[in-house]
Design a protein around this ligand. Structure first.
Ligand code: ADP
Ligand code: MG
Length: 337
């Protein structure tokens, strides 16, 4: 049994004509100590998936499927159990720490709070642990007395990570944890997250629109498009030889962090992901796909199929014997198939 198993997860905001199906049948697993990256452009359902894991979605969101954390379904947990799980089972690091930290409380007190509430720590013990955690994330313990506005963006993100670590979670969900930061600081924070999860044997579910960031940090990669996983496989293989044309476009569309030499000429990816309330027929990527066949507009799904060992992609062009399809832009793919 994997530590985290997501089974046929659907999340729809609202109902009736205005319903927004943001996540449409996602299956994913994360083993103990494993690092799974989730990539995809804005609007593909990544944050909805992350929030669903801890049932942090607004009441308008309807969920179905299963989210098993250590075998226990988060979606059917009672509130008391859920509150405990939110810190000790899985905790979350969001993008833009300024919105998640309370401006009027010292950061040491904010880190100590979950320990007081969920661990019944004494105030002195919680304060001591908060200072230890600050040092673990590379900040001086004395910064415990600072207010959020006295810290830089990178330091605030370190505080968020310290909070996420406070109750020794089994899994950390990091939703675009570095997107708001400049490139040098991004790389530092990523290395910090990597080191902490490795040292403490924590599983990581890291979300980014940037495939390169995820390929550097994670063991496996899942690529989401229009609320579904369209490819999932070993991180480096998906990044360097994606099986799905969307993943290929995504891997070329963004520069590599902290490595200007490998900054490829962005091939770009024209257009935007579809509005979930008005999805195209057939493969939802076909209107933007440079190698789409006529049948891609009409064949629903397509379902994930094998693209290699422990590697799957949802594309009609993925060969059953595995291996990537031609890169977008390769005209011969269109004429020979
Ligand atoms: P991502 O994190 O990949 O950018 P999101 O999960 O934030 O994607 O959004 C997926 C889709 O769900 C988008 O179309 C977005 O507009 C919609 N959405 C997100 N939050 C809400 C909400 N609270 N109410 C209605 N629609 C939402
Ligand atoms: Mg998001």
């Amino acid at each position: 049994m994997s530590l985290l198993e997501i089974k046929d997860l659907h999340v729809t905001y609202g109902s009736g004509a205005g319903a927004v199906p943001a996540v449409r049948g996602v299956d994913l697993t994360v083993g103990a100590g494993q690092k799974l990256g989730i990539a995809g452009e804005s609007g593909c359902g990544k944050s909805t998936l992350a929030l669903a894991l801890l049932r942090l979605l607004p009441a308008s969101a309807k969920l179905s499927g299963e989210i098993l954390l250590d075998g226990e379904d988060v979606l059917t947990m009672k509130w008391g159990r859920l509150r405990a799980v939110r810190w000790a089972g899985a905790s979350i690091v969001f993008q833009g720490a300024m919105h998640s930290l309370n401006a009027v409380h010292r950061i040491g007190d904010q880190i100590a709070e979950p320990l007081l509430v969920h661990r019944q720590a004494t105030p002195a013990a919680a304060r001591g642990r908060a200072r230890d955690l600050l040092e673990q994330v590379g900040l001086p313990a004395a910064r415990a007395d600072a207010y959020p506005h006295e810290l830089s963006g990178g330091q605030r993100q370190r505080v968020m990570i310290a909070m996420a670590l406070a109750c020794d979670p089994q899994v950390i969900v990091a939703d675009e944890p570095t997107t708001a930061l400049d490139v040098m600081i991004q790389a530092q924070i990523l290395r910090l997250i990597e080191r902490l999860v490795a040292d403490q044997d924590i599983s990581l579910l890291m979300i980014s629109h940037d495939l390169a960031v995820l390929a550097d940090t994670c063991d496996r990669l899942a690529v989401m498009y229009a609320g579904r996983v369209v490819e999932e496989g070993p991180a480096q293989q998906v990044f360097t030889g994606a099986a799905h044309p969307y993943s290929t476009a995504l891997s070329g569309a963004f520069p590599r962090i902290g490595d200007p030499a490998s900054r490829r000429a962005p091939r770009g990816l024209p257009g935007d992901p579809p509005d979930p309330a008005a999805l195209p027929s057939g493969c939802t990527f076909h209107p933007r796909c440079p190698v789409a066949l006529d049948e891609c507009a009409t064949t629903a799904g397509p379902e994930l199929r094998d693209a290699g060992p422990a590697w799957q992609a949802a594309c009609l062009l993925v060969r059953p014997d595995g291996g990537p399809v031609a890169e977008p832009g390769a005209e011969e793919a269109r004429s020979t198939s």
